[in-house]
Design a binder for this molecule. Structure first.
Ligand code: BES
Ligand code: ZN
Ligand code: ZN
Length: 500
């Protein structure tokens, strides 16, 4: 655990921490309490023209031993004047952890910002502040030989608050969410020589054992025998076996609806024979981010116990060129009997997802499906790294997923999908083609249109996390060149609110 959380009713400065933190909304003042311990803070804040603007901070050291630091962090405008408040709290919490890391401090005392001013409730403020601090405290140092012997653990003291059963619940939910997000990030960051299909399947199985979920793993032979020609075809060029992982959470009521999550799990995407240029290949270990999100989301689901049954599925494969690999021109047959011509072996995500989606629909008859995939470079071009692309024709579900994205602070932006686009992925000599007809452009929608052929009438949303899953810049609680865990919280919040 990267974060230990204490709640205490004493005042901020009564807490013997190495850092005392106040979050300041634009235009409001530094508390007299903080100033009484750190009198220089008012001079420094004035000289730096600190006014609580988002992204700004001020810090002074105490004049007495033991040395500690007084810190103010700007939150920007109040909700009533158009501030994007909860996200500002998250970013300020990220900056707080960064400051503590730079100063090598481990104990931080803070008071929660005023929830009413932020247009939120106190539970949400606490939950999001903790999650952002937990995200910020994660570092990918597994492969550094200079790695610290002991993990760096922050102790957070939330002062001026008395602990209730409700707050305890919020804290434990946040802790499990942090654990899940950071483990997903760790799997994604792990280099592809160590994170291959059987390894990720093993990790999923271990997780299932820890939290009491059932787990099924199919190997390549079974995948071929079941007629999953898409997944088998993508895996054909690799010396490693593909896998299909299924994790199941049951809410205790078999009559309750089932929802399905499917995550793309390409542990390395070279493009196959339609080889990617070297630079585009550099980060392709992140092509299993969707699988990581759905697997780790099940940890949070097992903890938060939604009143719906949940099945999570991850088709896992490498996509490599070799004498046995699939070829442009190959026609494959999927689990549901449909066929597709592979014109570009780099459009492999839709091939493995097609089988998983068809298998999900046929086996579990879910009331709703969300798939999460680093599917297209076109989505990155359209939305950049700060938004996940959302595609669906099921308006009710779009509303629910957009709500879940907002609640989970995991932003989505809807891109087009309608019946007209289905024509673009129709094949000439097979049912489908794995790339869209050239004059339709809209590469991200082409991927979605292909997947849609495998969900039948099941309400379904496709989330393209190609941009949002890795190397998201300018956000204090993320780090460059590492994974974000995007998609995970959308799945959890969707499950928690399903049918409500
Ligand atoms: N894994 C890639 C998509 C991707 C691109 C993810 C950038 C993360 C960052 C996917 O398999 C892919 O290569 N898609 C092709 C599809 C095309 C051949 C139709 C693409 O986007 O170029
Ligand atoms: Zn690809
Ligand atoms: Zn891919």
């Amino acid at each position: 655990m990267s974060l230990i959380v204490h709640v205490q009713s004493e005042r901020l400065t009564s807490c013997a921490a190495a850092m005392h933190v106040q979050f300041v909304v634009s235009g409001s003042t530094i508390s007299t309490e903080l100033l009484s311990m750190y009198p220089m803070l008012s001079t420094v804040a004035a000289s730096r023209q600190f006014s609580g603007e988002a992204g700004t901070s001020c810090m002074v050291a105490s004049s007495q031993e033991p040395l500690s630091y007084g810190v103010v962090l700007g939150l920007g405008k109040a909700a009533s004047v158009g501030g994007i408040s909860i996200e500002q709290v998250r970013r300020a919490a990220g900056s707080m952890i960064r400051l503590a890391q730079q100063l090598k401090l481990k104990t931080i005392a803070l008071t929660l910002p005023d929830a009413a001013v932020l247009g939120a409730d106190q539970k949400t403020v606490l939950h999001e502040l903790l999650i952002a601090a937990g995200l910020a405290s994660y570092e990918f140092d597994t492969y550094l030989s200079s790695k610290k012997q002991e993990p760096y653990i922050f102790e957070l003291f939330i002062t001026g608050l008395s602990l209730s059963a409700e707050l305890e619940q919020i804290i434990s939910d946040a802790q499990v969410t942090i654990q899940a997000l950071n483990e997903a990030r760790e799997w994604i960051n792990t280099p592809p020589n160590d994170m291959y299909p059987e390894r990720l399947a093993f990790i999923a199985q271990e997780l299932a054992g820890q939290v009491g979920l059932s787990c099924q793993i199919l190997g390549e032979k079974e995948i071929i025998a079941l007629g999953m020609g898409g997944l088998a075809s993508v895996s054909a060029g690799s010396a490693r076996d593909c896998q299909l992982v299924t994790l199941q959470y049951s809410c205790g009521n078999p009559a309750a609806p089932t929802i399905g999550f499917v995550g793309k799990g390409i542990t390395f995407d070279s493009g196959g024979l339609s080889l990617k240029p070297a630079q585009s290949m550099e980060t392709m270990k992140d092509d299993m981010s969707g699988a990581a999100a759905v697997i780790a989301a099940m940890r949070v689901i097992a903890h938060r116990k939604p009143s719906v049954n949940v099945v999570a599925m991850a088709p896992l494969s490498e996509n490599l060129p070799s004498g046995t690999s699939n070829k442009p021109g190959d026609i494959v047959r999927f689990y549901n009997g449909k066929t597709a011509e592979i014109k570009n072996t780099d459009a492999e995500g839709r091939l493995v997802l097609a089988d998983a989606l068809a298998y999900m629909v046929a086996t579990y008859k879910p009331a709703a499906i969300i798939d999460v995939a680093t599917l297209t470079g076109a989505c990155v071009v359209a939305l950049g790294p700060l938004m996940t692309g959302l595609f669906s024709e099921h308006e009710d579900m779009v509303v629910q997923v957009e709500k879940a994205a907002q609640k989970g602070c995991d932003p989505v932006w809807r891109l087009p999908l309608n019946a007209d686009y289905a024509a673009a992925v129709k094949g000439d000599i097979s049912d489908l083609c794995n790339i869209g007809k050239g004059n339709y452009k809209a590469g991200a929608t082409m991927g979605a249109a292909f997947l849609q052929a495998f969900v039948g009438d099941t309400p379904w949303v496709h989330l393209d996390i190609a941009g949002s899953s890795f190397d998201v810049p300018g956000i204090s609680y993320f780090r460059p060149n590492t994974a974000t865990g995007s998609g995970l919280r959308i799945l959890v919040e969707f499950a928690m609110n399903f049918g409500k």
